[in-house]
Structures are given as structure tokens and as C-alpha cells.
Design a binder for this molecule. Structure first.
Ligand code: HEM
Length: 436
């Protein structure tokens, strides 16, 4: 039997259409219910799913996750069921794993059995050809190029450029109340822009910044593509952003000037064969992807660092002393901060490490089983999501998809703290946002 929404059906007035419209959700719900029961019970008898609760049909344990603090949601289940347990959240059957050994299996040793998984709306906004969404040859080709742009040897020359960005921001924070996260985002965004496009600004840069900010507003919106919705506006900005980026790519290709930054590296990669050259849209998606990955993450860590330093006066004083020591040598020699200076900040570096540990910036990394997997004596059916538990110390992930930007992130944090701690006093202002 085929169901089609032809005009007579869609416009049928009368009680009949009301009955049909009431029936459709009912029938759909029953289908979901049957599918759920089928997925729950249709598996070989000898294969044992991890312990845990799948909650209600379809909604699973989503409401419980939202009602509780997410940390206690997972900790309570871990206490009850152990390091590997099943649950059902946001419409997906999941297996939560929480031991470092198990995380290593999923992310490193048997990574080929688990592919990264993101909501489709995120993929549309960032661009489906960005490396996060891929496995295999395409992913490893791109990963090599991205990694090459962010190795210590590649970023050590950016210290003075990043320092200039810090020096431009500092006066605007003097004797005023700032929203720390917003300001850290502005700072990390400017660093991400020079990492993506190089130090020399192109004509298109301002337009790209503006369009990226419009896109960003829709990142966490409901994926409803209807006129007026934040998602729709974000998708419109995404289209324009793509056009602007492609113009810039064409311009750099035609002038045979690859330019700096990741864009320069991606344009320069042709493996000596036209066939292997990355297409304009592959380059555009990966540029947007890296800007996306680079700035919210780093900004969140910096905001937590400011909070922890504010709350721990002795630590703040010790970090300030470390930075003052370096500052006085720099002033004496009448020079700017160098890469080598940033390697002589052991205490500040440990503050960054500890913040990465306690603040759990990316609380979960999600993977999806690409086939039925036998795992630590349990069975994980194909298609199930596998998130790792927060607080296992892997701030930059592990395995093939681990973060290529970790050194840059740490560098930009060190440079900001170098200038901020000796000259600024941190005061926490509690603001009632309702009255603003
Ligand atoms: C403190 C700041 C940062 C944190 C905590 C962080 C964390 C992470 C984590 C945990 C992953 C792995 C995700 C997964 O396994 O699914 C990741 C991937 C990634 N990060 Fe970062 N990141 C940070 C900064 C940066 C920066 C500055 C850049 C850019 C230069 C960057 C670029 C990327 C990219 C491109 C990926 C995807 C890699 C792949 O799929 O192979 N990140 N990041």
C-alpha cells in the first residue's frame, strides 16, 4: 500500500480529514513503538547487551537526563551498572563507557568499528566535507594537512601576531565589567582567523567574519528550516559564507598566491596531480570547520582559568610572579614575547592542564558502531551511539580524530595570561542578567 499526500487528500475538509490527521501521528507512534520493541528484542539470544535502562519507548531516558544534573545522571548509572552501561537519549540507543581502557579501544585500537557521529543539522551548517564527519582515506589526507598547519614548528612564528591581538584587546577590558566568555570568544575567534587565513588580511576577511557570526547564532538552534527561524537564517548565512570563501579561493588560485594559514596549506596540496587536488567546497568546509573547532573550545577554557585564578588567590599570585619574571627580562631586552619564552612557563602551563581536566570542555565524544561489535563481553548493535564518560583525562581526545589544534590552543592561552596576570586584577561581578 502506498500513502501519498496528493492535493485532494491534503485539502479534504470535513470530519474525515480530522480523523486521518489524528490517525497519522497515532500510526507513526505505533510504528516507532514496534520498531523499538523489535530493536530491543530482535538480537541473537547469546548476545548480551550491557546492563542499564532504556527508559520509555522512543523518549528513552532523555527527560531524566534533562531533569537531573548530567553529571549525576551518569555517575548514578555508573555506580549502579558499572563502567559500561546502556541508555537511550535524544532518540538514540547508546552505550556509555567510562574506563580509560575502554575509551582507548573505541577511539584507538578498534577505531575502524566506530565512526564519528553528529546531528545532521550540524553537518549542514559546518559543511559535510569537513574532516570531523569522515573516516578513512579522505579523513587521513585532510588530517595530515591540518595537523601540519598546527604543529609547534608551524605555529611558533605566530607568537608575535597573537601577542598583537592580545595587546589590541587589553585596553578595552580596563576598569570595566566584561562578559568574560564573550570576550574570550572574540579573542579566540581572531586567533582562529589568522590560523585559517594567515596574517595578511584579504579583502574578503571582514565579510567572512560577519557571515560566520550570523551562522554561529544558529549552531544550537532547532533544525527547523522555515523562513524566520534561527536555523533558516544560519543556513542563509552559510550559503553566502560559502560563496565568499569560494571567491577568495578562486582569487588565490588564479594569482598563484596560496597565501598563509590553513587555507594556504590546503591550496598548496595537489599531491602533484590535478586529480587529488582538494575541491573549492572541500577547502571551504574545512576552513569553516577549523574556525568552529578552534574558538568556542579555547574561549571556554580561558573563562574557566580566569574563574579558578580569581577563586585561588595564592595560585594567581604565583602565576603572576612567574609571568612578571619573564616580562621583566623581555622589557630589559626591549623585545617582544617569543616562542621560547612561552616554553618557560611551567606553572601557568600546569594551570591550563588542570583547568582542562576539571572543566571537561568537551564532556563527551560520540561514536556510532558501524557494525555489530563484541565489546568487553557485551554486544553493541550496529548504529548504537558510544559516548565516553566525562572526566577521563583526554581533553583533546585520542586516536585518529584527536585534536590537531591542542598546541595552538595552549599557546594562545599562555600569551593571554602572560599579559593579563601582571597588569590586571580580576574581580568577579555577579550580574542579574534579567535586569539588563
Ligand atoms: C582548548 C581548546 C580545545 C579543546 C578542548 C579541543 C578538544 C577537541 C577534542 C576532544 C577533539 C576530538 C573530538 C572527537 O574525538 O570526536 C577535537 C577535535 C578537533 N579539534 Fe580541537 N580542541 C581545542 C582547540 C582546537 C583548536 C585551537 C583547533 C584548530 C586549530 C582545533 C581543531 C580541531 C579539529 C579540526 C578537530 C577534528 C579532528 C578530526 O576529526 O580528526 N581544536 N578537539
Amino acid at each position: 500500500m502506498q500513502l501519498s499526500l496528493s492535493p485532494p487528500f491534503a485539502f479534504a475538509s470535513s470530519r474525515y480529514s480530522q480523523v486521518v490527521f489524528l490517525m497519522v501521528p497515532g500510526v507513526l507512534f505505533c510504528c516507532f513503538l514496534l520498531l523499538f520493541v523489535f530493536l530491543q528484542w530482535h538480537r541473537p539470544k547469546d548476545k548480551r547487551l550491557p546492563p542499564g535502562s532504556m527508559g520509555w519507548p522512543y523518549i528513552g531516558e532523555t527527560l531524566k537526563l534533562y531533569a537531573e544534573n548530567p553529571n549525576s545522571f551518569f555517575v548514578n548509572r555508573q555506580k549502579r551498572f558499572g563502567d559500561i552501561f546502556k541508555t537511550h537519549i535524544l532518540g538514540c540507543p547508546c552505550v556509555m563507557i567510562s574506563s580509560p581502557e575502554a575509551a582507548r579501544i573505541v577511539l584507538v585500537t578498534r577505531a575502524h568499528l566506530f565512526k564519528p557521529t553528529y546531528p545532521t543539522s550540524k553537518e549542514k551548517m559546518i559543511g559535510p566535507e569537513a574532516l570531523f564527519f569522515h573516516q578513512g582515506a579522505y579523513h587521513s589526507k585532510l588530517k595530515k594537512l591540518v595537523q601540519a598547519s598546527f604543529l609547534p614548528s608551524a605555529i611558533r612564528g605566530s607568537v608575535s601576531e597573537i601577542e598583537q591581538i592580545v595587546l589590541r584587546f587589553l585596553p578595552s577590558w580596563k576598569n570595566t565589567t566584561i562578559n568574560a566568555l564573550q570576550e574570550m570568544k572574540r579573542y579566540a575567534f581572531d586567533v582562529a582567523m589568522i590560523s585559517a587565513f594567515g596574517e595578511k588580511q584579504d579583502l574578503e576577511t571582514e565579510g567572512i567574519k560577519h557571515l560566520y557570526h550570523s551562522l554561529e547564532k544558529g549552531y544550537n538552534s532547532m533544525p527547523l528550516d522555515l523562513p524566520g527561524t534561527p536555523f533558516h537564517k544560519a543556513m542563509k548565512a552559510r550559503k553566502l559564507l560559502n560563496e565568499t570563501l569560494r571567491k577568495l579561493i578562486q582569487k588565490r588560485r588564479q594569482s598563484r598566491r596560496q597565501g598563509g594559514g590553513l587555507l594556504g596549506v590546503l591550496l598548496g596540496d595537489n599531491d602533484n596531480e590535478k586529480l587529488n587536488q582538494l575541491s573549492d567546497s572541500q577547502i571551504a568546509d574545512n576552513i569553516i570547520g577549523v574556525i568552529f573547532a578552534a574558538h568556542d573550545t579555547t574561549a571556554s577554557v580561558l573563562t574557566w582559568i580566569l574563574k579558578y585564578l580569581h577563586d585561588n588567590e595564592d595560585l594567581l599570585e604565583a602565576v603572576t610572579r612567574e609571568q612578571e619574571g619573564i616580562r621583566s627580562k623581555i622589557v630589559e631586552a626591549n623585545r617582544g614575547l617569543t616562542w621560547d619564552d612561552t616554553r618557560r612557563m611551567p606553572l601557568t602551563s600546569r594551570v591550563i592542564q588542570e583547568t582542562l581536566r576539571t572543566a571537561s570542555i568537551l564532556s563527551f565524544t560520540f561514536r556510532e558502531a558501524v557494525e555489530d561489535v563484541e565489546f568487553e563481553g557485551y554486544f553493541i548493535p550496529r548504529g548504537w551511539k558510544v559516548p565516553q564518560k566525562p572526566n577521563t583525562y583526554m581533553p583533546f581526545g585520542n586516536g585518529v580524530h584527536s585534536c590537531p589544534g591542542s598546541e595552538l590552543a595552549k599557546l594562545e592561552m599562555l600569551i593571554l595570561l602572560h599579559h593579563l596576570t601582571p597588569t590586571y586584577r580580576l574581580v568577579l561581578a555577579l550580574i542579574d542578567w534579567g535586569s539588563h
